[in-house]
Design a protein around this ligand. Sequence first.
Ligand code: FAD
Length: 486
Amino acid sequence: MADPKGFLETTRELPAKRPVEERKKDWKELYEPMAEEKTIKQASRCMDCGVPFCHSGCPLGNIIPEFNDAVYQEDWREAWNILSETNNFPEFTGRICPAPCESACVLGINQPPVAIEHIEKSIAEEAFSRGYARPNPPNSRTGKKVSVIGSGPAGLAAAAQLNKAGHTVTVYERNTRIGGLLRYGIPDFKMEKTVIDRRVALMEAEGIRFEVNANVGGNVDAKQLVRESDAVVLAGGSTIPRDIPSPGREMKGIHFAMSFLEQNNKRVAGDDLSDQEEIHAKGKNVVVIGGGDTGADCVGTSNRHGAASVTQIEIMGKPPTERNPDNWPNWPMILRTSTSHEEGCEREWAILTEAFLGDEDGNLKAIKTVQIRWAKDATGRNTFVKVPGTERELPCELLLIAAGFMHPQHEGLLSKLGVGLDPRRNVAADPQHGYQTSVPKVFAAGDMRRGQSLVVWAISEGRECARSVDAFLTGGESVLEGKDAG
Ligand code: FAD
């Protein structure tokens, strides 16, 4: 175990954030590095609690007390070995995971939890800078050919694991660069893209092939790919956004969050955008509809563009209070204050968008909103009522819809393969049945199967799915380590 008295002597400390006014001027990651001795002190707070709930809190089953102990012993190589056993990409999760492990940390009952996410990132960064993170190709090849469609964290994790088992893996990505939402959704201030590039370089050196601009079901024939592969993993993400179909939706200046974020990530990467309509927040009153992570990323990006004002509205309410016992729902994702909110943003909850208002040329000028109150109807279902007298017009020239994603795109890949869908219109591929879809030798993982979720779940599903594919290909037990996905 780490220091038995560590948690009594050391309080939780996280790396400092760069000052708001400085970080708003660039796209660099916003956390300062933290001195190694301080991270070791943080690891010493892990109290060897007997039943480490952090294990089960983590969808990957990371062996957290053990790597904390290794960090405390200053054995970064051992910490890296332990962490790499369960997590293919700790450099991603160490930056952007909401860290369910920390919510499960027993120390958190009466003290701030162990800074697990920061320790994880530190282990990964030490491993890359000390050279422990190096290509580890399989000793022999099975001769089986696996095609992974989609290069987000689910596809990358599946590819890494299947390659480790000795199969010959090609990842097909329809975009111009590898990474899925890590590349095109998440802004650089949360994770700089060099973090993805160095990982992809490692995977290539291990023998994985990447094909970009390869839209399977579009310019790559889906059925032929299945025929020519011994197994296929669908990891195309959940890409169809939920719309706000209020009157005036057709106004100029209304965009889905991902159009805005993807374009900005490409701009920051130096890509040629001359064939695209520019979506930029400079000098504009920006309203973001949707209170989750995607909305927060729009807030941070708008502030870096130099928006005149940024307001984020959310239809869900705040948790119940004595004055307002009907507030609903208590949903942590929309209540979290992210680093983007610290950079300047008005936030409002329980707001309904009634209409988009514009000038005679169809340019958005304002949005009409009303406050709502959540309540139960006669059947006990949650419903809302408008609060009379709270109608407002918010000036707005750029409106970003970050209201979540409904399901994967059905046209193209899925319809051409005839893959069965579940009731939520995601790909049906039950973990209990090995992530197998309705089409023989075709498996699915990540947001495409699970629906909109988190990076840590995508990695977990990619790994578990790979285990099933490996067992399918070898006709026996998989050689890959695993943990049952929930
Ligand atoms: P994706 O990352 O969506 O990758 C799917 C890939 O498949 C894409 O690259 C797509 O181009 C490709 N593809 C699709 N169809 C085809 C085809 N036919 N042929 C070839 N390629 C195809 N989660 C967190 O944990 N922390 C965060 O801070 C966080 N922030 C987020 C911010 C934003 C803006 C968004 C939108 C999501 C965020 N998430 C966050 C959620 C997280 O990014 C996703 O849950 C995760 O990326 C899903 O991984 P995936 O591999 O299943 O899919």
